[in-house]
Design a protein around this ligand. Structure first.
Ligand code: SF4
Ligand code: SF4
Length: 459
């Protein structure tokens, strides 16, 4: 039976006026009945563009949705697990409107099927109702693999490689595991108990973890290969070095990099993560990190939180849903605005952001219209805190020190088929190869790298 409603079943969420005061998950997710009702909107299209053109890992979308229609939720989960290992995460944080849902046929004359919410439902149902079984006894392979970074690429690679039978150790520079899933994405979008569950699953597969250790001058690739005796190394440490804006006042008290701010928020999860309160916070940037930062800033109790973005709303790289959620929570937006200076008082505290107004010019190389400053359009926004969310890049110094080849944008050069870097036996995947992308892209890269490493070690 098909549900011909043009609208998808609304995903239950906390009231914006309440959720802006807490760190609990914003959306509470479908119940069984809601999930079945929404699943019945799927036409099970023969071409299924949601899966072939939309989902980066080609999740078998019509098949898993069909199982939901039949109330067979565990079967739906098992179908998903053929192509993804983090459905509870991706169902929450994927940019579905650009990926699976953006290609859904139901979206042509109405709203697309809520594929992400259904994926999340299935994964949550499994976690709450089924005890994970360790797979039938795996024959151990006497080879050791080091994975650097415990984010989505590292988790995916570790899961696959441990299932082949390799001895896998993940090295994580922070105290806690999960990389961006733990330190970057706020609790209200991705509860940390879900990340912990995925890590616990890896532990049950005998994956070992070493926190506080990573690739560095003191612990080089050569050390991993010779002193520590690893047969292969996977670099899955992302691209987390913040790009700074070179404007006067960037070193004033009250200026933060979004990554540092989010680490503090995600570590403390209270409303005073910075150790002092700010009244008016400007977040500079228009991507998803900016959205996470501004929504977190709202939860610190600031009276006013403002996004400052140099283009217009339609050029914003952030997900449409995230922009809406931020707006619902009271975030304001200053579009076509570029900061040129951060003003401070005699004690070095931020007091204002000086900006220029822009208009839109020609398209840039990515097809987005360029911001063009309007001469003499300076104005000041009174703020006492500025959070910079203008992008991240790889740690080029580290890559250079290790003798790894990378391009002009700091992206590691790898063989596109084998994901092997310029150093034999060292593989890489995720943001450190592609530049900042999505969790699902990094997870997909981790899976591909696992196969490549297995082929390399099986030679
Ligand atoms: Fe959609 Fe992401 Fe799930 Fe793929 S992994 S089906 S893109 S939510
Ligand atoms: Fe179902 Fe939409 Fe995919 Fe068609 S495109 S199979 S309607 S989810």
């Amino acid at each position: 039976m098909i549900n011909f409603s043009k609208k998808s079943y609304p995903i239950p969420e906390q009231d914006p006026a309440i959720r802006r005061t807490n760190f609990l998950e914003s959306q509470t997710g479908y119940t069984e009945d809601m999930a079945i009702c929404e699943a019945m909107r799927c036409l099970k299209c023969r071409e299924h563009p949601c899966m072939t053109s939309g989902c980066p890992v080609h999740n078998r979308i019509p098949e898993f949705i069909d199982k939901i229609c039949a109330g067979q939720f565990e079967e739906a989960y098992q179908i998903l697990m053929n192509t993804t290992c983090l459905p509870a995460v991706c169902g929450r944080v994927c940019p579905q409107e650009e990926q699976c849902e953006g290609h859904c046929v139901r979206g042509i004359k109405g709203q697309p099927v809520a594929i992400g919410a259904l994926e999340r439902f299935v994964a949550d149902w499994h976690r709450n109702n089924v005890q994970d079984q360790v797979k039938e006894k795996i024959t151990p392979i006497d080879k050791k693999i080091a994975i650097i970074g415990s984010g989505p690429a590292g988790i995916a690679a570790a899961k696959e490689l441990s299932e082949y039978g390799y001895s896998v150790t993940i090295f994580e520079k922070e105290e806690r595991l999960g990389g961006i899933l733990t330190y970057g994405i706020p609790e209200f979008r991705l509860p940390k108990n879900i990340v912990k569950h995925e890590i616990d699953l890896l532990k049950s597969k005998n994956v070992k973890f070493e926190c506080g250790k990573t690739l560095s001058k003191e612990l080089s690739i050569q050390d991993f290969q010779t002193k520590l005796g690893f047969d292969a190394v996977f670099l899955g440490f992302g691209a987390g070095i913040p790009t700074s804006m070179d404007i006067p006042g960037i070193d004033l008290k009250g200026v933060y990099q979004a990554n540092d701010f989010l680490v503090k928020v995600n570590t403390l999860q209270d409303n005073n993560p910075l150790g002092r309160k700010y009244d008016t916070i400007a977040v500079v940037g228009g991507g998803n990190v900016a959205m996470d930062a501004c929504r977190s800033a709202v939860r610190t109790g600031a009276k006013k939180v403002l996004i400052v973005y140099r283009r217009s709303e339609s050029e914003m790289p952030a997900h449409v849903g995230e922009i809406k959620e931020a707006r619902d929570e009271g975030v304001e937006f200053a579009f076509l605005t570029s900061p040129i200076e951060i003003k401070g008082d005699a004690n070095g505290n931020v007091i204002a952001l000086e900006c220029l107004r822009n208009k839109l010019g020609e398209d840039d190389s990515r097809g987005r219209r360029k911001p063009v400053a309007i001469p003499n359009s300076n104005y000041q926004i009174p703020v006492d805190c500025v959070i910079m969310a203008v992008g991240t890049t790889a740690d080029e110094k580290l890559l250079k020190e290790q003798g790894l080849e990378y391009d002009a944008k700091g992206r590691l050069k790898v063989n596109p088929e084998t994901l092997e870097t310029s150093i034999k036996g060292v593989f890489a995947g995720g943001d450190n190869v592609t530049g900042p992308k999505t969790v699902i892209s990094a997870m997909g890269a981790g899976r591909i790298a696992a196969t490549a490493i297995h082929n390399y070690l099986s030679k």
